[in-house]
Write a protein that binds this ligand. Structure first.
Ligand code: MSP
Length: 576
């Protein structure tokens, strides 16, 4: 239920704007696409609420974003990665009151926890935005004034439901009857299950309803992956799209950024939070002003904010909407969504201690599927890491770098005429599938299926192990020239395959890949995908790696996990 009371001047602004949009045939088409080619591609994580510390679900959003950013830079793209903390709003204000904590101290302390977990996990962010910082407040105020100047903000009366846990305004249909833990009847959000409260107050409204045509046009550029979430957004846009309340009266909510022209109101926390992406891009500095292509990585619970509100805000302000939204599903614990309020969250720090940072990253990326929720399970982590990183990848490295088989400790020469007839089929299959791997990985990463990219790499690692095993180069070192040349060729192919895997694995497991590339003696200039050529000698081309020395032996690539680390789940209790 929404009653809007408009001021006359603002109404006039609105109609003027509508007329000018009509006469210029809506918004310039450049807004939907390639206007900002020369600017850095901004990859983002959501910014994290500071009402509690980081858990595994948060870390998942950050790791997925890190992979996208690292992959883009590996391909030579000019990119940035922003993350940060969402510090304003009712939820944080209420947490501080409940804990008896000073708001600034609470925000700084929890923000620091997020930053430190991301550092430990090797999240290579280039910007960390805290919404309580003054340069962000300037960006938000400038953005608000732009929306106001363009006639998109007016004062009205909002009556409806508010969900503090989600910081979301909900229509009647988005709520349902529910029960609290004591069995009392309450009203809850259909989507999240969190309790909602009725509110009725005069505040500032954003003309969201007028942006539906532009939102639909933006959706035509296919900006949301996986496509199942694009369908969800289309479905939402079939329903009413009411104007959005974008402020709260200061008497109810004081912890936020004041409305520039009316300090008795505080800007709605989601408007404040979404603008963090602009802050990271340098807005509103006219010299930086680099709002170019953006890819936002987010969980499905915050899809509406990113797929409706955010593009609508940007379009209203005359800025390009996001290029892509990559949406992931949730991690569950025994089938229930991991969440601070349910006290069933898994501690990422303890996971890193047990499995190493690369082990945790690999598990999350390999087992997490964007389309469906995944249950976190320590037995599964254990089995996966031992099979894929310790045995298959580590085993392959050991085999072709062992002194007994590679006494010269180098990439041997490849002899095209040494291939025995019996090996032709297997060799051709392997070479073909290695040749296809980089483009397959690219296609998987760029459609937000990192799990499938890793699956494809693992399949090739197994295939290479099988090739090595059946060609048995350790039996080919005896005095026969053709045999020892074939032995060298098998080693060359295996080492080149490993160089390819290490290069492609860098975005997912940067530490482990680095160790692998160093053991292979690959200099940093040869660690990118830009112009990188693999197995060139097998394709009859010159390969600078023939005769290239291996790097120093620094021990086991990924130590097998002991049974004892496969214990009870690590749940953070109340404080988490
Ligand atoms: N502050 C807002 C985001 C504002 S972005 C402009 C917010 N914060 S959050 O801390 O609640 O969530 C941050 C991210 O963590 C979201 O992408 C959310 O989906 C993700 N996860 C939180 N719990 C999760 C799981 N159990 N599983 C996977 N990710 C989930 O929302």
């Amino acid at each position: 239920m929404l009653i809007c009371v408009m001021g006359l001047q603002r109404t006039l602004n609105y109609f003027q704007r509508i007329l000018s949009l009509r006469s210029t045939s809506v918004v310039p088409s450049s807004m939907f696409g390639e206007a900002s080619q020369s600017r850095s591609h901004l990859f983002t994580t959501p910014i994290f609420y500071v009402n509690a510390g980081p858990h595994l679900g948060h870390v998942y959003s950050a790791v997925q974003a890190d992979v996208q950013y690292r992959y883009a830079t590996l391909c030579g793209e000019d990119a940035r990665l922003s993350t940060g903390t969402d510090e304003h709003g009712m939820k944080v204000q209420q947490t501080a009151v409940a804990l008896g904590a000073d708001l600034h101290t609470l925000c700084s302390s929890v923000s620091h926890q997020f930053r430190s977990v991301f550092d430990s996990l090797d999240i290579s962010y280039t910007d960390f935005v805290r919404t309580s910082e003054s340069h962000h407040a300037q960006a938000v105020k400038r953005f608000w004034l732009t929306l106001e100047e363009k006639g998109y903000i007016y004062k009205g009366i909002y009556q409806g439901w508010y969900c503090t846990s989600d910081e979301a305004f909900l229509s009647e249909e988005q709520t349902a009857e529910g029960r609290d833990p004591n069995g009392n009847q309450i009203r809850v959000s259909v989507e999240s299950g969190h309790q909602v409260h009725w509110m009725s107050e005069e505040n500032y409204m954003f003309r969201l309803s007028s942006l539906r045509p532009l939102l639909l046009r933006w959706l035509q550029s296919d900006p949301i992956r996986p496509t199942k979430f694009l369908r969800v957004v289309h479905h939402w846009l079939e329903d009413d799209l009411p104007d959005l309340s974008v402020s709260r009266h200061r008497s109810r909510l004081s912890w936020g950024i004041p409305v520039p022209s009316d300090p008795s109101h505080v800007i709605y926390v989601w408007l404040d939070a979404l603008v963090n992406y602009l802050t990271a891009a340098g807005y509103p500095d006219p010299h930086l002003a680099p709002w170019g292509p953006s890819t936002h990585i987010l969980g499905k619970d915050i899809l509406r904010f990113h797929a409706i509100y955010w593009p609508a805000f940007l379009l209203a302000a005359g800025l390009p909407p996001p290029r892509t939204l990559f949406v992931h599903s949730h991690w569950t614990c025994k089938g229930v969504k991991m969440s601070k309020s349910l006290q069933n969250v898994v501690d990422p720090i303890e996971c890193m201690r047990r499995y190493t940072r690369d082990g945790l990253r690999y598990y999350l990326l390999r087992n997490g599927a964007p389309e469906r929720d995944c249950d976190f399970n320590h037995h599964a982590v254990h089995a996966l890491l031992n099979a894929e990183l310790a045995d298959a990848l580590g085993g392959l490295l050991n085999r072709c770098t062992a002194h007994a088989i590679n006494p010269m400790q180098h990439f041997p020469k490849y002899y095209p005429n040494s291939i025995p007839l019996s090996a032709h089929g297997q060799l051709n299959d392997l070479l073909r599938s290695l040749q296809e791997l980089p483009s397959e990985v690219e296609q998987r990463v760029k459609t937000f299926h990192v799990n499938k990219a890793l699956e494809a790499i693992y399949a090739r690692v197994r295939q290479t192990n099988a090739f090595f095993q059946s060609q048995a180069p350790w039996k080919l070192c005896g005095g026969i020239k053709e045999e020892s040349e074939w032995g060298d060729s098998v080693l060359y192919i295996t080492l080149e395959a490993l160089r390819l895997y290490a290069t492609l694995l860098q975005p997912a497991v940067p530490g482990l890949s680095k160790a692998l590339l160093e053991r292979l003696g690959v200099p940093p200039v040869h660690r990118t995908l830009k112009g990188g050529s693999f197995l060139a000698a097998a394709w009859g081309e010159n390969c600078c790696f023939q005769g290239h020395p291996l790097g120093p032996d620094c021990g086991v690539l990924f130590p097998r996990l002991e049974k004892k680390s496969n214990k009870e789940p690590i749940i953070i209790g109340k404080s988490g």
